[in-house]
Design a protein around this ligand. Structure first.
Ligand code: NAD
Ligand code: IPM
Ligand code: MN
Length: 354
């Protein structure tokens, strides 16, 4: 069966790494007969600057009705300092397609990649957890306001929004994910000692939902101590479920402990509908245009998209090819290698079945 994906490269290195991802997809289409068609959409900073348009409702409907998934690069452009276009494109997609679960696996693919020392008594760090981040509520909803802007009486309010339905479905998703992926424990990360109303809701619903999964161990951790332990004792985490803002921050810590943003993929999904697959990193304006961007996060992201499209064999082959390149030191400079972006793609292609 023909499958169709929409590709939104975005800005900066988002364009560079998705182009490499498509080279890999072209290879898999030809070598493994995948039959995945793709269409590239220019929803980016330039369109925003030229037309003042992020995504129209028709654009959203087209993506929703006609594609089995979205392969996304990154949005961010120095000409739009407040990233208004990213909210009108990326956040709009997450909200309007109701992609409520942001799944961010944090796995150490090679022991040499972590900046962490091995824990006492161990020879290696054992890092393999998954951050399940609520993706449609919290501070990201843009509820708030400002008044008396620009003078000393100025007030600015950004409100955290948490609904029972929103909290319940992401916690249930996390437990279902744990069961489906043979994981043992789900840790709720929040801050219910300070953020009392939302915190109460998250904690109560977490215990309510957990009762249906007696085989899964549960844990609660305040976000500050969780941030510390991700650095000092990452092996204590298995599945982490958390709210939107905390999940955003923890996922960059996750990237930091397994080799950096050049490696971390993510999937924005709703089990009832479709998904948007994007690296965790942004448009990296500091290296855009230099052919130095590490495309591996985009490849790991493509692997998640392939698995979503039920091509599990090819998804695993791609992950293995990335792991082999890491072991052989075939990387871009962010990981200490000497290859450029395209050089990494060539090395990956050479390690995939012809
Ligand atoms: P960033 O992730 O773009 O970059 C942070 C640092 O990591 C930079 O030094 C960058 O060079 C490096 N880096 C990131 N990805 C890399 C890769 N693949 N290979 C090598 N090095 C890599 O975060 P930032 O600098 O805070 O943000 C830049 C812009 O991107 C901003 O406009 C921000 O809003 C946007 N952003 C977008 C997304 C997204 O679209 N999903 C995510 C994060 C940030
Ligand atoms: C991410 C990014 C986005 C977020 C930005 C670009 C809106 O940082 O996907 O992690 O905060 O969710
Ligand atoms: Mn982020």
């Amino acid at each position: 069966m023909k499958q169709k994906i929409a590709v939104i490269p975005g800005d900066g290195i988002g364009v560079e790494v998705t182009q490499q991802g498509l080279a890999i997809l072209d290879h898999l289409n030809a070598s493994a007969g995948l039959n995945i068609d793709y269409h590239v959409f220019p929803y980016n900073a330039q369109r925003w600057l030229d037309e003042g348009l992020g995504l129209s409702d028709d654009d959203i409907k087209n993506l929703q009705d006609n594609y089995h998934g979205i392969y996304f690069g990154a949005l961010g452009d120095p000409r739009i300092p407040d990233s208004a276009h990213a909210r009108q494109i990326l956040l709009k997609l997450r909200f309007d397609l109701d992609l409520f679960a942001n799944v961010r696996p944090v796995k150490l693919l090679h022991p040499g990649l972590t900046p962490l020392k091995p824990a006492s008594g161990q020879t290696n760090q054992d890092i393999d957890c998954v951050i399940i981040r609520e993706n449609t509520e919290d501070l990201y909803r843009g509820v708030g306001g400002a008044f008396k802007e620009g003078n000393e009486d100025e007030m600015a309010i950004d409100q955290r929004i948490h609904s029972y339905k929103g909290v319940e479905r992401i916690i249930r998703f996390a437990f279902d994910y744990a069961v489906a992926h043979q994981r043992q424990k789900v840790t709720l990360v929040d801050k219910d000692n300070v953020i009392i109303y939302g915190g109460r809701l998250w904690t109560r619903v977490f215990h309510e939902v957990a009762r249906n999964y007696p085989q899964i161990e549960t844990d609660y951790m305040h976000v500050d101590v969780a941030a510390m332990r991700m650095v000092t004792a990452p092996s204590m985490f298995d599945v982490i479920v958390t709210s939107n803002m905390f999940g955003d921050i923890l996922s960059d810590i996750g990237a930091g402990i397994v080799g950096g943003l050049g490696l971390l993929p993510s999937a924005n999904v709703n089990p009832q509908t479709s998904g948007l697959f994007e690296p965790v990193h942004g448009s990296a304006p500091d290296i855009a245009g230099t052919n130095q961007a590490n495309p591996m996060a985009a490849f790991m992201t493509l692997s998640m998209l392939l698995a979503h499209l039920n091509h599990h064999g090819q998804a695993a082959q791609l992950t293995q090819a990335v792991s082999r390149c890491l072991t052989e030191g075939l990387t871009t400079p962010d990981l200490g290698g000497t290859l450029n972006t395209e050089g990494v793609t060539q090395a990956i292609l050479a390690r995939l079945p012809a």
